[in-house]
Design a protein around this ligand. Structure first.
Ligand SMILES: C[S@@+](CC[C@H](N)C(=O)[O-])C[C@H]1O[C@@H](n2cnc3c(N)ncnc32)[C@H](O)[C@@H]1O
Length: 271
């Protein structure tokens, strides 16, 4: 991971919330919230909450007396989340998942949607989740499977490799789709002290009204935006147009669909 990979700042949070959340994050947020509801926590901590898609799903699916604390490294992401969910029972707080500002054993569940890939030290991030979990508490999170199993970002990445053949922007494969080795995930969790580890592949279909939305979503609503901008000519708009053309060529010019796959992980803190 390079330093800018975790920079969800500038105009990224707005594009992310408007285009990327409905495209790829919303179905997994419903899935994760349902798994959290099954555990039945009284105190829930969410890390890497981003613009709050899981927080909103939890607010809708969990009983009203569940205390929800939602955190993220980047305040601009949380600002979008807070504006979309002005619910007094949510405590929003800027926090690095590797150094949580909470006491030991403060939560029954720690949840994290598509955040672990951005942790510079995953064992440390998991150990921090374990520290703030009560004995027997549950860590629930998801990560993307390899980029080839996720058709829209794969197509966009391939198109950008044509635009910048000497120095392709590799953000998507390197970071969001760079942590999918089931054995590594299990061993990282074991090293952090977790037991009862389960890893499950969950498939969904990504739908967009046209190839334009995914092109803008991936090129302009992720940290890949700064990677493209840093390469100069032909520029962000032209690169987005090339990604749109590649999506149209593979999936058609009207409403389009693509396969997406994530790994959903559950682990238990020791008693
Ligand atoms: C792909 S987004 C996922 C956001 C949200 N969970 C969702 O499903 O839309 C990754 C998020 O991880 C956050 N992040 C990156 N590094 C982090 C860290 N060390 N601690 C907490 N959050 C982090 C980013 O700010 C970003 O909001």
């Amino acid at each position: 991971m390079v330093a800018t990979d975790k920079a969800f700042t500038g105009s990224v949070p707005q594009v992310y919330e408007r285009l990327l959340v409905p495209l790829i994050f919303a179905p997994y947020a419903r899935d994760l919230a349902a798994r959290i509801a099954q555990v039945g926590p009284r105190r829930l901590l969410e890390t890497a909450a981003g613009t709050g898609v899981v927080t909103r799903a939890c607010a809708a699916q969990l009983p009203a007396d569940v205390a929800i604390t939602a955190t993220d490294l980047n305040e601009p992401m949380l600002a979008v989340a807070k504006a979309a969910l002005p619910d007094p029972r949510i405590e929003w707080r800027q926090a690095d998942a590797l150094a949580l500002p909470f006491d030991d054993a403060s939560f029954d569940v720690v949840a994290c949607q598509f955040g672990a890939m951005f942790f510079p030290d995953r064992v440390k991030g998991y150990a921090e989740a374990r520290r703030v979990l009560a004995p027997g508490g549950r860590l629930l999170f998801n990560v993307w499977d390899r980029i080839e199993e996720n058709e829209f970002p794969d197509t966009v990445s391939q198109a950008l490799a044509q635009v910048f053949p000497h120095d392709p922007p590799r953000f998507m494969a390197r970071t969001p789709h760079g942590y999918h080795d089931r054995d590594l995930i299990r061993s990282d969790l074991q090293r952090a002290g977790f037991t009862d580890i389960a890893v499950e592949a969950v498939d969904h279909v990504s739908r967009a009204p046209s190839p334009r939305e995914p092109a803008v979503a991936f090129c302009q609503g992720t940290p890949m935006r700064s990677e493209i901008e840093a390469r100069g000519a032909p520029g962000l708009e032209a690169a987005t147009d090339m990604a749109e053309q590649a999506l149209a060529q593979r999936f058609g010019g009207g409403a389009i669909e693509g396969r997406i796959r994530a790994l959903v992980v559950s682990a238990t803190a020791p008693q």
